[in-house]
Design a protein around this ligand. Structure first.
Ligand code: GLA
Length: 376
């Protein structure tokens, strides 16, 4: 117990120290930009915070990546906020950085229960808006967002995020969402039609969700996506978040790619990270975690992570005609949301770059995979 506490404290202190001073970005010839290694197979991106638009993290971002997703500041809860006026400033910092560096972006997200501002779906007396009232209010929001962000930079939008249930029941949908409670499943086609009405013509529209490698959730997603495609709803693709762990198999990933692309949909991996613990982050995630406290990142963990990342990129490469982009969720280990989720205070090591922004074994394995493929 005492030992665990000490490890937790020392690892936490290290991570904080690292993220506050930031490492020097290695641009030596050993460290080849990921975007150069991957070339035109698919776009390679990273989720970012406006504070990373300067300092060492910004250098790492511009060096390795071709696209960015705003981790939080393009969500309704950030842009709409408390309803007293749109907050564009933070998102614009990222868009401006993208423009300066010739990068593109994924917009994230327009409709998500987890980012619907407090009170947004209610009247002042706390009763729910009607579906018509909510649609009218959110149509204005979608219109304003689509008109604000330049379509030649923000090329893709996650229109609906996480509308599917985690466990099977009478319905395939997540029912504990104000959107579902008020509108039923119709909010999903509505959101795509509304986004299409206002999005610049070239902008592509995605449905985004997590744990789609789970066969039951994959099939729920297929049912939803097929119903949209069959009804002529303007959806271009599916975003697989890809918050994964070492148990995810090549077969599981391939099964998703085959299933979703059979509907004519483009595939993007939108939030890739690889926890050293258990991946599940749906309902009851904390309870399912076997390891509750921080541990050191051992050589065994490093090798297992490198093996798994190499496999992911081999599968992406093999399916490059069906995949248009892969985005890491966070820049380096110190900025990962997994430090603290689903176990508060537990440090994780999910990225290709460590908390000093130095490339890890996993980076070199991905590099070597592409170097050997590029030679042929
Ligand atoms: C989900 C959301 C993201 C983000 C992550 C946690 O995957 O889609 O926007 O909030 O959780 O960082």
């Amino acid at each position: 117990m005492r030992r665990n506490l000490l490890i937790t404290l020392s690892v936490t202190a290290l991570a904080l120290l690292a993220s506050s001073c930031g490492g020097k970005v290695d641009k030596s010839k050993e460290v080849i930009p990921l975007k150069d290694l991957i070339g035109d197979r698919f776009k390679i991106g990273v989720s970012v915070d406006p504070r990373q638009m300067e300092g060492p993290a910004s250098e790492l971002i511009a060096y390795h990546f071709g696209t960015m997703t705003a981790e939080n500041v393009m969500k309704p809860v950030a842009i709409y906020g408390d309803g007293t006026g749109y907050n564009w400033e933070q998102a614009d910092k990222i868009v401006n950085f993208a423009k300066e560096h010739g990068m593109k972006m994924r917009g994230h997200t327009l409709v998500w229960h987890g980012s619907t501002p407090r009170g947004y779906t209610q009247h002042e007396d706390g009763t729910d808006l009607t579906a018509e009232e909510l649609y009218a209010k959110h149509e204005q929001y979608i219109k304003d967002v689509m008109q604000h962000f330049p379509g030649d930079v923000v090329l893709y939008w996650d229109v609906v995020n996480e509308a599917l249930a985690d466990s099977e029941g009478d319905t395939i949908y997540r029912t504990r969402s104000p959107w579902y409670r008020i509108c039923g499943p119709d909010f999903i086609p509505w959101a795509f039609r509304t986004a299409r009405k206002y999005a610049p013509e070239n902008v592509k529209l995605y449905y985004n969700d997590y744990n789609l490698v789970d066969p039951a959730k994959r099939e729920r997603a297929y049912t939803l996506l097929k119903s949209l495609v069959d009804a002529g709803v303007p959806i271009d693709g599916v975003g697989m978040q890809a918050h994964w762990d070492n148990t995810v198999t090549e077969e599981q990933i391939q099964a998703c790619i085959d299933r979703f692309s059979s509907l004519g949909l483009d595939i993007q991996f939108t939030e890739l990270d690889l926890t050293c613990f258990d991946n599940f982050h749906g309902d009851g995630a904390a309870a399912r975690q076997k390891i509750k406290t921080s541990v050191h990142f051992t050589p065994e963990m490093s090798k297992a992570q490198a093996d798994e990342y190499e496999m992911f990129f081999r599968v992406f490469d093999k399916n490059q005609d069906k995949i248009s982009s892969v985005t890491f969720w966070n820049v380096d280990d110190s900025s990962s949301w997994l430090n603290g989720f689903p176990i508060r205070g537990r440090i994780d090591y999910p990225m290709l770059f460590d908390s000093q922004l130095q490339p890890k074994e996993a980076y070199y394995r991905v590099r070597d995979y592409f170097l050997s493929k590029n030679k042929k």
